[in-house]
Design a protein around this ligand. Structure first.
Ligand SMILES: Nc1ncnc2c1ncn2[C@@H]1O[C@H](COP(=O)(O)OP(=O)(O)OP(=O)(O)O)[C@@H](O)[C@H]1O
Ligand SMILES: [Mg+2]
Length: 261
């Protein structure tokens, strides 16, 4: 199982949107995907429950299986059982109990979470971990468990400041716990190419970080905003939808290519 963490301690920049689409892309390629929601806000979990309802053609949201709470990653003695959402995709759900992990001694995180997650190595081809927007044990847990980290970002003037903090924490993670962690890339999101401000800041970001920035980006589009229960590439209705679909496909393909697929 290859584990990809999606992280940036800045909020609202597309972590959950990207995580969801990477999972959709994986299952469409016949790969078995596990999505892990390490965010107590549980946005990913809520949409995955809707996907599960749709997939089973039911009219009630399923309950979260208690054995599938992502907080169980921090409890070695408990049997963890991902909840199946659809054939090909399962979930470790975001739960309020994840908040308790924030107060654990940071040294506890690398001891338990990767060991527990790696017990699922043979069950899934991919694991995509969504992380919360605050730097805490929960982001460290994602980084400690991962083979790769991908970082969506917006392109405000302070975007690189946020990324600098994240790169620092990635280095801390590598030095202390997970030397194999690879930076897969930075994904510029919500770009508006008609705005000079965006075009200039995107150029600055690419100049500063070079190949670390993926060669593709996501434009700010309503189709992308609304694509929560199904991928943006499903049933596009007009030109703008089709462009949104093509962009997201290109992003997923770029991520998979950097993993070597
Ligand atoms: N390219 C885009 N164009 C338009 N809307 C987008 C785009 N990417 C994400 N969004 C929307 O922006 C909002 C925030 O996105 P998302 O939830 O993926 O961010 P996040 O980084 O996970 O947020 P948080 O830090 O709160 O967890 C969502 O409503 C999402 O649909
Ligand atoms: Mg999120």
């Amino acid at each position: 199982m290859k584990v990809v963490a999606v992280a940036n301690q800045k909020g609202g920049i597309g972590k959950t949107t990207l995580t969801r689409h990477l999972a959709f892309h994986a299952i469409e390629n016949g790969l078995r995907a596990l999505v892990v929601d390490l965010d107590p806000q549980a946005n990913l979990t809520k949409t995955m429950l809707h996907v599960a309802m749709r997939c089973s053609a039911g009219d009630e949201l399923p309950d979260i299986d208690p054995a599938s709470g992502a907080h169980l990653l921090f409890q070695t003695a408990v049997g963890l059982r991902p909840m199946q959402i659809c054939p090909g995709v399962s979930l470790l759900a975001g739960t309020p109990e994840l908040g308790d992990a924030i107060t654990l001694p940071v040294e506890q995180i690398p001891k338990d979470a990767p060991t527990v997650l790696r017990e699922l190595n043979d069950t899934f081809d991919f694991c995509f971990i969504d992380t919360p927007p605050t730097m805490s044990n929960l982001i460290f847990a994602g980084l400690v468990c991962a083979d790769y980290v991908v970082m969506p970002c917006d392109i405000d003037e302070d975007a690189t400041d946020g990324l600098t903090t994240l790169f620092h924490n990635i280095n801390v993670t590598r030095q202390r716990w997970n030397p194999a962690l690879q930076v897969l890339g930075v994904l510029p999101n919500k770009v508006n190419k008609r705005r000079n401000y965006d075009v200039e800041n995107l150029k600055v970001l690419r100049d500063q970080l070079g190949d670390v920035v993926l060669g593709v980006e996501l434009t700010e589009r309503s189709a992308t905003k609304l694509a929560k229960l199904q991928p943006v590439w499903k049933n596009p209705r007009g030109d703008s939808d089709r462009r949104a679909a093509a962009e997201m496909r290109a992003v997923c393909e770029a991520v998979f290519k950097r993993i070597g697929l």
